[in-house]
Design a protein around this ligand. Structure first.
Ligand SMILES: C[S@@+](CC[C@H](N)C(=O)[O-])C[C@H]1O[C@@H](n2cnc3c(N)ncnc32)[C@H](O)[C@@H]1O
Length: 267
């Protein structure tokens, strides 16, 4: 899904509204000064920023679900070569327009996160913020994202706060011990049927242990927690489960099957 983005000829951000990102444009104009979350997402960026290299020259960065491009622009200011992807043409129009106002060379394109399974691209840094819980197929997205082999990833999701735990994989257990599955520290993801926060695209809310476990199984190690519901991850392919499930991933992602579809099969 890749379409050209038409950039409207206007000086007035209100003509492109409504805005989810409050961008601070040259001249002091803000795109969403009355945002219900405050100066969003600048206050989140201030938590994340110290954890990323100040100089991203030579880094390729991917901002998944870039919206109006707030984070893309911050990464570009640090010297990264940035691509922002989003499925919503309304937000991509805002992003492309704002890039022109700011004079920042960010590439924006209309793309689903799942398309990363087939893109063959590589990125050093991936921002995957505010998207996971909007997906019907969250693990497919994580596995697709792992294919771009980022050194670093910033992950953020809505959570169901049932406590901590999950820093290490749970020890193996059997049918008789199934009560473990309902413990507060067991990896867990609540399914949302119907509207949550007046948004029909909110589907899932994992707990902290669930986030740790899913990131681990997709090949990421959590290095820091810069803020509430925010995880800084480093790639750790040794922890990934997906190489063993190559056939399932390829089928789910619409990729042609390979001769060897499961780790148990010899080439
Ligand atoms: C809650 S906003 C988060 C925006 C930004 N990443 C942030 O953290 O401020 C979710 C964004 O993800 C986009 N999105 C939702 N599902 C997506 C998908 N399957 N692939 C790409 N983008 C998606 C939405 O259009 C929206 O712009």
């Amino acid at each position: 899904m890749k379409d050209a983005i038409d950039v409207p000829a206007t000086d007035d951000p209100a003509a492109l509204g409504p805005w989810f990102h409050n961008l601070h444009l040259p001249g002091g104009v803000q795109t969403a000064p009355d945002h219900r979350f405050g100066d969003f997402p600048r206050f989140k960026w201030l938590e994340i920023a110290p954890h990323l290299p100040a100089d991203l020259s030579g880094w390729r960065a991917l901002d998944i679900g870039c919206n109006a491009g707030f984070y893309s622009f911050e990464l570009a200011r640090r010297g990264a070569e940035v691509t922002g992807i989003d499925l919503d043409p309304h937000y991509l129009r805002q992003a492309a327009w704002a890039a022109g106002r700011m004079g920042l060379p960010v590439t924006f394109r209309r793309q689903q996160v799942y398309d990363l399974a087939r893109s063959g691209e590589r990125f050093d840094l991936v921002l995957f913020m505010g998207v996971f819980y909007h997906l019907r197929y969250p693990l497919l997205a994580l596995d697709a994202l792992a294919r771009v082999e980022p050194r670093l990833m910033v992950f953020q999701t809505l959570t169901a706060d049932t406590g901590e735990g999950g820093e290490a994989p749970a020890p193996p257990f059997d049918f008789e011990e199934r009560d473990r599955l309902t413990r507060r520290d067991h990896p867990f993801m609540a399914f949302i049927e119907g509207r949550f926060a007046d948004d029909p695209t909110n589907w899932w809310a994992p707990n902290h242990a669930g986030i740790c476990a899913m990131l681990r199984s997709a090949g990421f190690r959590i290095e820091a927690r810069p803020g509430h519901e925010i995880y800084l991850c480093r790639r750790d392919p040794a922890a990934a489960v997906w190489p063993a499930e190559e056939g399932e991933f390829r089928s789910a992602a619409g990729l042609p099957a390979t001769h060897r579809t499961h780790a148990s099969e010899k080439e």
